[in-house]
Design a protein around this ligand. Structure first.
Ligand SMILES: O=c1ccn([C@@H]2O[C@H](COP(=O)(O)OP(=O)(O)O[C@H]3O[C@H](CO)[C@@H](O)[C@H](O)[C@H]3O)[C@@H](O)[C@H]2O)c(=O)[nH]1
Length: 330
């Protein structure tokens, strides 16, 4: 299929480009940054440094490449930042998606796989979280994505030949198993890369944000899914899309792990006894988020291959050790 990936120079987008290319799709990448994971996009893949809010330019690219499906990853994704600067999130994530849909509408592109998030559930009434769980975000990031889910629902109702999927990610982690590409955020805030920076000696220690949560060991529980499993699910969902489809799936493995368990797994995976400090809670962190991933398994037969977080961390560690300065192109 002819697929356009937005955010193709980002962490997840670059892994999607690699996976689609390796599985025989005709893929092109768009990103408003030329830096970062741009290095990860192979030479033979067309890359456009364009903002998705530029409807005219996006229209031209979609038309020129006769794109059949868009995978839409381009977004900001830091919860804390969204609380302090909500307009940044509504502009890029929500308005940006409106613009993308306008360009797709004009170019006659009928399929979209949208990167949504478990942050749309807010503080869930029960775990594991099923897709039917009430969506009630507790931060602008979650709202910026939930508005797009709603927009897609309304757009699909008015355009019966349109098909879309909203994939609600839990915690995406790890790097390509072949070690060719990895994860590189500036500044880094995600738990696994932060831990690996401490293991590499780039930080003195890691800080556990809160040990007084209502969880078995007092630290927050999350559901970690390997990035290659995540992008594989996108390809499977894309292949299943038929006109009129609205496919909503959680992407997690259904196994909740505490921050302490992640720290212990990382010590084993790296064989390094880095220093761990106790800190205060981080604002906006729900105590427990993990998926009920059964819907996508029942409907499409898909499930994550990586079940062991130590193995997930090993893939991230391999890339970090080989690339201690990240892509080093900022
Ligand atoms: O130095 C750190 C960093 C994180 N944590 C904790 O580790 C857990 C995971 O944190 P993090 O890796 O930052 O992920 P989340 O905050 O769960 O965010 C994930 O889920 C969000 C939606 O809920 C997305 O926006 C993010 O991109 C995605 O990584 C949380 O309990 C944090 O409090 C620490 O204790 N110390």
């Amino acid at each position: 299929m002819k697929v356009l990936v937005t955010g193709g120079a980002g962490y997840i987008g670059s892994h999607a480009v690699k996976h689609l290319d390796e599985s025989g799709h005709d893929v092109i990448a768009v990103d408003n940054l030329s830096l970062g994971h741009r290095a990860a996009v192979a030479e033979h893949i067309p890359f456009y440094q364009t903002d998705i809010r530029n409807v005219a330019e996006m229209y031209e690219i979609l038309k020129d490449h006769e794109i059949e499906c868009v995978m839409h990853f381009a977004a900001f994704s830091q919860v804390g930042e969204s609380v302090g600067d909500p307009l940044k999130y509504y502009d890029n994530n929500t308005y940006g998606s409106t613009c993308l849909l306008q360009a797709m509408n004009e170019a006659g592109v009928k399929k979209l796989v949208f990167s949504s998030t478990c942050a749309t559930y807010g503080e869930p009434e029960e775990v594991p979280i099923a897709e039917t769980c009430k969506q009630n975000p507790i931060n602008p990031y979650g709202w910026s994505k939930l508005f797009v889910e709603r927009m897609l629902k309304d757009y699909a109702a008015a355009n019966k030949d349109f098909a879309y999927s909203a994939l609600r990610y839990f915690n995406v982690a790890g790097s390509a198993a072949d070690g060719k590409i990895g994860e590189d955020h500036h500044p880094e805030t995600h738990i696994i890369p932060v831990i690996l920076q401490a293991a590499l000696g780039q930080r003195d220690a890691i800080t556990i944000f809160g040990k007084d949560y209502p969880t078995p060991d007092g630290t927050c529980i999350r559901d970690y899914i390997h990035v290659e499993d995540l992008v594989d699910a996108h390809a499977v969902v894309m292949g299943a899309l038929q006109p009129g489809d609205a496919r909503i799936y959680n992407l997690g493995i259904g196994n909740g792990l505490s921050v302490k368990q992640i720290v212990d797994a990382a010590k084993k995976a790296t064989q390094i006894d880095f220093q761990v400090n106790d800190g205060d809670r981080r604002a906006g962190d729900p105590p427990m988020l993990y998926a009920n991933p059964s819907k996508i398994k029942e409907e499409l037969g898909w499930e994550a291959k990586y079940r062991d977080v130590e193995k997930i961390i090993e893939t991230a560690w391999r890339w970090f050790r080989a690339n201690p300065d990240g892509y080093n192109d900022r």
